[in-house]
Design a protein around this ligand. Sequence first.
Ligand code: NAP
Length: 312
Amino acid sequence: MTATLIDGTRIAAAVEAEVRTEVARLRRDGIRPGLAVVLVGADPASASYVGMKARMCEKLGIHSLKLELGEETTTDQLLAEIDALNADDAIDGILVQLPLPPQVDKKAILEAVSPVKDADGFHSTNIGSLILGYDGLVACTPSGIMEMLRRSDVALEGKRAVVLGRSDDVGKPMAMLLMHAHATVTICHSRTRNLASVAREADILIAAIGRKYLVRRDFIKPGAVVVDVGANRITDRDEVIELFGAESPRIARFDRAGYIWVGDVHEREALEVASKLSPVPGGAGPMTIAMLMRNTLEGARLRRGLACAESA
Ligand code: NAP
């Protein structure tokens, strides 16, 4: 079997175009959705993510505010900034870029964000709403994966889904969304025994563990749909060649940048066994940003008691 690739970049662009249209409509009514992105410290990867999010806001007509705070910022200082953003009428979504420096109490910060401005969907109120099936803001990576599966005509009802990873931001909400879509869901983690054989039961396999190409051929049931969420940096050229072959365009990409991103799934092996694969890069990553934009739009509506937009 040779899997087809799910094109997350193309699907994300379609979602973004819908958000742009809705933003333009709101702006005609005098409402401009706004997103505040808070960066603490100078981690280059975090700074690059924050820059990408601000640029996407600009592209879609969303007001964006970038708040950059020093590495030594305390929990109390950050709480004061979050309070100010909660009170700022120009802001509908607040995203605190993770990871935070060790002196900052992450839980206190995420809980301080007003649930109606919680663009990341990490507040316990929104997680509770997700479990109960109420309206609310849902974490962007899992909701982006659901949108990608829906727009790729992947049926979920009655299917076996296995989620590798149980983090609060990906694994747990992912499992909940799949369950609400009537899949039968298994969640795996670092203590799961016989991981490959559990994974091999999946019609839909989601890999969100952060271990480069841990998911090999023997993890994948023939014909399964595989979504790779992992984001792992490879800085060894020989490793790139071994993974993708000497003719792969990834070698040129590596030579330009000095690194490439790979997921948790061994792509070449997965392509031979799966029916569809959402790859890294170009799958869950762009969908995450698109859903952040959509959450900001929904935040703007929720805060004003307007109905949420139906997606295409
Ligand atoms: P995380 O918080 O570190 O959680 C990792 C999960 O994987 C944990 O539940 C852990 O189990 C499990 N795990 C680790 N090693 C394992 C192993 N050998 N076997 C089975 N399970 C194992 O990570 P995360 O935030 O969920 O992110 C996961 C990956 O997705 C990372 O590479 C991250 O960079 C990427 N990511 C990408 C996007 C995107 O937009 N593309 C967004 C979010 C995350 P325990 O709970 O037992 O420790």
